[in-house]
Design a protein. Structure first.
Lengths: 64, 132
């Protein structure tokens, strides 16, 4: 599953650690999601989309 | 790399709890060796010498608390690393067991723990290298 988390974070000028703080996760978790090595659980995906005021489908894109 | 405050909080609490459990284990171990060693073999000596397993159970509880506190990705990676390390340990100790049949010296079961620890570190290092 692809996502635009890195772009959204860059728009706000946040570091991975700053984003991780807001999501109450580790920096490695943010890094793993951004690089596509890890697909988050539904609760975390909802938390991410809520934080950026977007729908889950706008942040996470299903592989074709 | 910078850690998130969530991560710092979780791991500083874990380190404090584990350190406390280790100190308690060390104290109980020292006392039981001092008191238990001179005794004759039997139930009383056995019970005294296995008393350090009380604080050891505390360490298990500390690890369970850590796994419940860390976020989902860290929990997954920790459990994956431990699983792979356990499999590597099983392969290593089985191999040495067969080597003992071929005449190699008998080694205490306690040797399994350093093998497990080394395998865990090795798996962690390889994962870090691959994740870069």
């Amino acid at each position: 599953m692809k996502n635009i988390l890195r772009e959204l974070r860059a728009e706000r000028g946040w570091s991975q650690a700053e984003l991780a703080d807001q999501l109450k996760v580790s920096r490695q978790t943010v890094n793993a999601i951004e690089t596509g090595r890890y697909d988050p659980s539904l609760p975390l995906a909802f938390a991410i989309s809520r934080l950026f005021r977007k729908s889950i489908e706008e942040v996470f894109l299903a592989d074709p | 790399m910078e850690k998130s405050s969530h991560e710092r909080k979780v791991f500083s609490r874990y380190n404090a709890e584990l350190f406390g459990a280790l100190i308690l284990y060390g104290i109980v171990l020292t006392i039981t060796i001092y008191v238990g060693e001179p005794l004759k073999n039997g139930l009383e000596k056995t019970l005294i010498l296995i008393t350090p397993m009380g604080p050891f159970l505390l360490m298990i509880w500390v690890i369970v608390r850590l796994l419940r506190r860390v976020d989902e990705y860290l929990r997954l990676t920790i459990l994956e690393n431990v699983s792979i390390a356990a499999a590597v340990t099983a392969a290593t100790t089985f191999t040495y067991g067969f080597m003992e049949n071929a005449g190699y010296p008998r080694v205490s079961m306690f040797a399994v723990w350093p093998v497990m620890g080394a395998a865990w570190i090795l798996v962690g290092v390889i994962r870090c290298a691959l994740d870069r």
